[in-house]
Design a protein around this ligand. Structure first.
Ligand code: GLU
Length: 328
């Protein structure tokens, strides 16, 4: 059997982190060059040919439009290259959910795209990066992985990028997935999909933006006033995501200010500061009357990313924005 050829796009993060301390205290994310990482992993005898390409060597807290554009271009080229079977992106875990969603929205589903990270640096005792990477190779090499959108492989599970979020600051098992469960379980020896691919042959849902507009997250707190809404409009916010209480709630004066923002053409999406759950329309907040959008299953960070892509593509009308948040 010919080996599957996997493009490995490196961005940095803890999976490429080293600090010379076995406890992982005081390390530098992205300190290891991708070539060194891949050579190290090659020693595992993985049944795939890995083609490394370094995009960045940063902690993912510093990732932004330039790196996203470079990742998108590299993935697009690999989608069109018959010599490449799948794509792995090594990435810090802090913002893997944002990069994952952006690529999920803007890439076709022809070949598997797998983000992978680690919670412990490569030279720490009990490092999880090599195992996660071996699992990612297993997933990216599987023809049945295509047509599932962008995925995140962590903790022996395959999660849809749209559903995954980081829910623990330091635990190895740091990611949760909502509203769907994992797409598969994976180990270096096995890969079990829980259902058929649901996006087989899909084109990109949105063109990759020329630039990303300023969309702000406003976290609600008890006793707050509406001044932060005006401040955000004052710095030119083109969209606002409310990380609201409970089901995307906020004090009445804040909701009224957000309604004024929406009426002025700045779309407002209500998400929740609560870790998990749906924010539905017109339950406690009258979205129809206020002109607001309910984030449904997306948390604030991902709601911001989707809203940036929508605004960049000229989608600002509340009904159209809501349709995008409703879409699986
Ligand atoms: N903050 C760094 C990053 O997101 C390290 C955390 C990690 O990768 O788990 O790249």
């Amino acid at each position: 059997m010919t080996l599957r050829r996997i493009l490995v796009l490196g961005t940095g993060g803890t999976i490429a982190g080293a600090g010379g301390s076995a406890t992982g205290a005081g390390y530098r994310a992205g300190g290891l060059a991708l070539d060194a990482l891949v050579a190290h992993l090659g020693a595992l005898g993985l049944a795939a040919e890995l083609v490394p390409q370094e995009v960045a060597r940063i902690g993912s807290q510093d990732i932004g439009f330039a790196e996203w554009r470079a990742l998108h271009a590299a993935c697009t080229a690999a989608m069109d290259d018959p010599a490449i079977d799948g794509i792995i992106i090594t990435h810090g875990t802090d913002t893997a959910e944002e990069t994952g969603l952006l690529l999920d929205l803007t890439l076709p589903t022809a070949k598997p795209v797998v983000l992978v990270g680690a919670m412990r640096p490569a030279d720490a005792v009990g490092a999880d990066g090599m195992r996660n990477f071996a699992n990612a190779v297993k997933v990216a090499s599987d023809p049945a992985a295509a047509g599932r959108g962008v995925m995140l492989v962590m903790g022996d599970a395959v999660l849809a990028a749209r559903d995954a979020r980081k829910a623990a600051t330091s635990a190895i098992d740091a990611f949760r997935t909502f509203p769907r469960g994992p797409l598969a379980r994976v180990t270096p020896a096995s890969l079990d999909w829980f259902g058929p691919a649901h996006r087989l042959g899909e084109a990109a849902r949105y063109p990759f933006p020329q630039e990303l507009p300023r969309v702000a997250i406003l976290t609600a707190g008890a006793g707050m006033d509406a001044q932060p809404v005006d401040a955000l409009l004052g710095i030119g916010a083109r969209g606002i995501v409310l990380a609201g209480m409970g089901q995307g709630n906020a004090p009445r004066t804040v909701l009224e200010a957000l309604a004024r923002a929406a009426a002025s053409g700045v779309p407002v999406v209500r998400a929740s500061r609560v870790d998990e759950g749906l924010v539905d329309r017109n339950v406690e907040v009258d979205d129809d009357a206020l002109g607001l959008v309910a984030a449904r299953a997306l948390g604030p960070a991902k709601a911001r990313m989707l809203l940036m892509v929508l605004v960049a593509n000229g989608v600002t009308d509340a009904k159209a924005v809501q349709a995008a948040f409703d879409g699986g």
